[in-house]
Write a protein that binds this ligand. Structure first.
Ligand SMILES: Cc1ncc(C[n+]2csc(CCOP(=O)(O)OP(=O)(O)O)c2C)c(N)n1
Ligand code: SF4
Length: 326
């Protein structure tokens, strides 16, 4: 995809005082109390500003946000299928490129942002996201990661952590730990296979200035970019709605979530703790891990320890053998 037209230049935001007051994700939605993805939307919309078009693949951030005649989006928003957020974003971006070139739309190019859940990004939505990046469309793909297919009843997804109890991985006598697999690594998936992508970042709703800064940086890059944002889900992870930020922060403090940027091949880390807390502290705060034994928690700790030796860089993870009777 040729990138020919003028794009926006968003100023970096380095302090709370510089954060714009204007909201583009406003009251008028029916997400659960304490919803991490809703807070993520609010921050991303604030960072991106008025000249923005959101594409929303099916998921909580479509269903709970778009009740009949009621929506929180104060900028254009369009529904995409859960499978094709990347394809719809490609079409929107390509259409604006043509309109601007033909003088039928005064530039600059709007920010084109896909807000996909983990399912709509790196599982069911993967091929369309990958194709958008492969072709080099000027769009930002955000995976708001609530670590489950939440909208259809908290089913496991490829980013659900090891040991989590979901409706598709209930712990029981045969599989006491619930989820047996370790999660996919979405940023590495993008970095490893998409040469047109020059900017990839992780973020968390507990670190809003970092998140806003990265959104602006990603949007300023011409071409595709990707962000993976940690968004606790009180309903699915089973914690009190007033603990969303505490849980998100604890993920960073224990190494369960690492904040970094990958820019033109170079890694930079943010809010790296001097010393990591044990993952047990994070896990014991959530009902989805309550069934785990010390042995399971030790397995998780070993996985995180290995990852933290080279944060952001893939490590070997234990892969269970296929079940003979599956
Ligand atoms: C092709 C297709 N398969 C299944 C569904 C059912 N479905 C609707 S929302 C959803 C869950 C989406 O999960 P995710 O993308 O992680 O977003 P979340 O709901 O967690 O925000 C599913 C499976 C669908 N709409 N389309
Ligand atoms: S289920 Fe989770 S992601 Fe969905 S609206 Fe509720 S808190 Fe948000």
């Amino acid at each position: 995809m040729a990138i020919a037209v003028e794009t926006q230049k968003l100023e970096p935001i380095r302090s709370v005082r510089k954060v714009p007051k204007e909201e583009y994700y406003v009251p008028g939605h029916r997400t659960c109390q304490g919803c991490g993805p809703a807070l993520c939307y609010k921050l991303v919309a604030k960072a991106a500003g008025p000249n923005t078009i959101f594409l929303g693949p099916t998921g909580c951030m479509y269903v709970a946000n778009t009740s009949y005649l009621c929506s929180p989006f104060a900028v254009p928003w369009m529904h995409a299928q859960i499978t094709n957020g990347g394809a719809v974003a490609s079409g929107v971006e390509a259409a604006y490129q043509v309109l601007i070139r033909k003088g039928k739309w005064e530039g600059p190019l709007p920010n084109v942002i896909v807000m996909g859940g983990d399912g709509g990004s790196v599982d069911i939505g993967l091929q369309a996201m990958s194709a958008m990046m492969y072709r080099g469309h000027d769009a930002l793909f955000i995976c708001y990661d609530n670590e489950a297919y939440a909208n259809t009843g908290i089913q496991t997804s490829p980013t659900t952590p090891y040991g989590a109890n979901t409706t598709f991985t209930p712990p029981g006598p045969a599989i006491p730990e619930g989820k047996k697999l370790f999660p996919k690594d979405p940023p590495q998936l993008v970095i490893g296979g998409h040469p047109a992508v020059k900017y990839v970042a992780t973020a968390s709703v507990a670190y809003p200035i970092d998140l806003i800064t990265k959104v602006r940086k990603a949007l300023n890059y011409q071409g595709p970019s990707f962000m993976h944002i940690h968004c606790p889900c009180p309903k699915g992870w089973k914690f009190d709605a007033n603990k969303t930020i505490d849980i998100a922060r604890m993920a960073v403090e224990t190494g369960m979530w690492v904040l970094y940027e990958w820019e033109n091949g170079e890694y930079k880390y943010q809010h790296k703790p001097r010393e990591y807390k044990p993952v047990k502290e994070y896990m014991k705060a959530q009902g989805r891990f309550v069934h785990l034994t010390e042995e399971h928690i030790a397995k998780m700790q070993a996985f995180i320890d290995a990852k933290l030796k080279a944060p952001g860089i893939p490590v070997e993870v234990p892969v269970p053998l296929p079940r003979a009777e599956a």
